[in-house]
Design a protein around this ligand. Structure first.
Ligand code: COA
Length: 322
């Protein structure tokens, strides 16, 4: 293995889910779909959906759990990154809303890297550690993709669920390598929202739900994740036998299975929660990390690959030593 030049580690993890659970059978009462179709094509059986709750409250709950797990008070956090695609407020940013709830006064920033947001946030955090600009960093990934879908479109609305995941980072050497990629292509996965009309702009009728070329996104996800993992193994000098687990963005169980087959790895190395959560965008990998850790899956020294991909098209993969 090459010398580790990274300088942060995980101190705590947390997650939070909306109370309301919607099963495939319930969706079949709203849409022309079935439990059989959704289960066979995606592996999803149910998902948590925001109702009257606010995403910022869910995000603050996940953050509070990660802080408690890390044994830190909010005042000990000196930088805070939120990953989020759509919230109630275009401004202030989600990180400001969550900071208010937690009593955080450190600098904070929102990023929108869609489903790949957790790995992009880890990369930003790593840069701050390298620059000697932070001691304890909080990352919260909170997304509500069910509020982005056009609920008349069965090909997108059955795929998503809402949630929030969080990690607290401190100085250390958990991260071995990070690879980020960008393949700009807005035709595959996008949503456009209406701007306020002005005296100089009459506005256009452009509100859309999430638009997706499902098959092409599927192929992109399998190709980019497989290539990123192989590139990072080569870069770090790690072999497949060194990897304990792969935490793959929970978009579709068939995507995860295809990546697993490409890498020629056994099923048990790919923990999954998609059956109960669906795709919760950037929260997905973060929630999976928290659930795996709390279930006692990871042992000290385990090498874990985190990989996520989505709109942009963006992907991010990290190799982490627990
Ligand atoms: N219920 C029942 N039928 C559905 C359906 C639903 N919810 N959604 C689509 N169908 C139908 C289609 O209309 C199509 O019917 P047709 O053959 O009569 O035209 C048929 O099922 C097959 O559709 P297709 O798009 O070929 O299915 P698929 O096997 O490619 O699966 C996805 C569709 C969306 C599940 C799959 O492409 C996928 O998961 N893509 C990646 C999506 C993703 O992860 N996006 C986020 C990335 S971060």
């Amino acid at each position: 293995m090459q010398d580790n030049t990274f300088c942060m580690r995980f101190l705590g993890t947390g997650s939070a889910l909306p109370e309301r659970v919607v099963t495939n059978d319930e969706l079949a009462t709203i849409l022309d779909t079935s439990d059989k179709w959704i289960t066979q094509r995606t592996g999803i059986r149910s998902r948590h959906v925001l109702t009257d709750e606010h995403l910022e409250d869910l995000a603050a709950l996940a953050a509070g759990r990660a802080l408690e797990d890390a044994g830190l008070d909010p005042g000990e956090i000196d930088y805070f990154i939120c990953s989020n695609v759509v919230d109630d407020y275009p401004t202030p940013s989600l990180c400001s809303l969550v900071s208010e709830r937690l009593g955080l006064t450190c600098p904070c920033i929102d990023i929108n890297c869609a489903c790949a947001g957790f790995v992009y946030a880890l990369d930003i955090a790593e840069c701050r550690y390298e620059a000697g600009k932070a001691r304890n960093i909080l990352i919260v990934c909170a997304d509500a993709p069910t509020r982005m879908c056009d609920w008349r479109d069965r090909s997108t609305s059955v795929l998503f669920g809402d949630g929030a995941g969080a990690v607290v980072l401190g100085p250390g050497d958990n991260i071995r390598a990070i690879k980020l990629t960008s393949k700009p292509d807005m035709q595959k996965l996008w949503q456009r929202s209406r701007q306020m009309p002005t005296p100089f702009y009459k506005g256009e009728d452009v509100d859309t739900g999430l638009q997706m070329a499902g098959g092409e996104v599927f192929r992109y996800a399998v190709d980019t994740c497989s290539a990123d993992v192989q590139a990072l193994l080569a870069e770090t000098g790690l072999g497949k036998e060194d990897i304990s687990y792969y935490l793959i963005h929970q978009a579709n169980q068939r995507i995860t299975d295809a990546i697993r087959r490409f890498l020629d790895e056994p099923e048990w190395k790919f923990p999954s929660n998609i059956s109960d959560h669906g795709n919760s965008s950037s929260a997905s990998c973060t929630i999976l990390l928290d659930e795996c850790r709390r279930s006692g899956l990871f042992e000290r020294g385990d090498i874990i690959v985190l990989s996520a991909f989505g709109a942009g098209l963006l992907s991010g993969t990290a190799v982490v030593q627990w």
